[in-house]
Design a protein around this ligand. Structure first.
Ligand SMILES: [Zn+2]
Ligand SMILES: [Zn+2]
Length: 163
């Protein structure tokens, strides 16, 4: 995070190339953030919020200003904070959705596997039935033909023997 004191540095750096008319405003109350304004810089949108609007106690702010530059603490403005929590809830919803999709997919896969097994069993038993039925009818045909032939043979034999 950056505080008003960091802003002084930033200002002097930017001051050489940007015009003096470019002014930072508090994103909430639109007060001009001057070099001596107590303000906080959002670490996400890089916009300024005056100390009054930030709701941060002045004592905490002064402690932060005293902190070493290497000490980094993220400070987010109200908008970014709510966006962040929105994002978090969206990501939660997405992961919930994903796990529910995953479990549904597993269910569907299981059902498909079951269906496949059932189909295979059905086809196998149907084939067996058809095979035995076919064998039976072939037997019947052969038997009928054989009987007919035998009868014809007997008739012929009788005819010849009678002569
Ligand atoms: Zn303000
Ligand atoms: Zn922000």
């Amino acid at each position: 995070m950056a505080t008003g004191s960091d802003k002084n540095q930033r200002r002097t750096r930017a001051g050489s190339k940007s015009s003096a008319t470019s002014k930072d405003l508090c994103t909430i109350c639109s007060v001009v953030i001057g070099n001596d304004t107590l303000a906080l810089n959002c670490d996400h949108c890089k916009l300024w919020v005056c100390l009054n609007c930030s709701k941060m106690p002045k004592s905490s702010y002064q402690e932060l200003v005293k902190c070493d530059k290497s000490f980094s603490m993220d400070w987010l403005c109200k908008v970014c904070k709510s966006n962040k929590s929105d994002l978090r809830s969206i990501s939660c919803t997405l992961s919930d959705l994903k796990s529910s999709c995953d479990s549904r997919l597993t269910q569907v896969e299981n059902r498909l596997t079951n269906l496949e097994t059932t189909m295979k069993d059905t086809v196998r038993s149907e084939t067996e039935t058809m095979k035995s039925e076919l064998a039976e009818s072939v037997n019947q045909i052969v038997e009928t033909r054989l009987k007919k032939w035998m009868t014809e043979k007997i008739v012929l034999q009788t005819l010849f023997s009678s002569k």
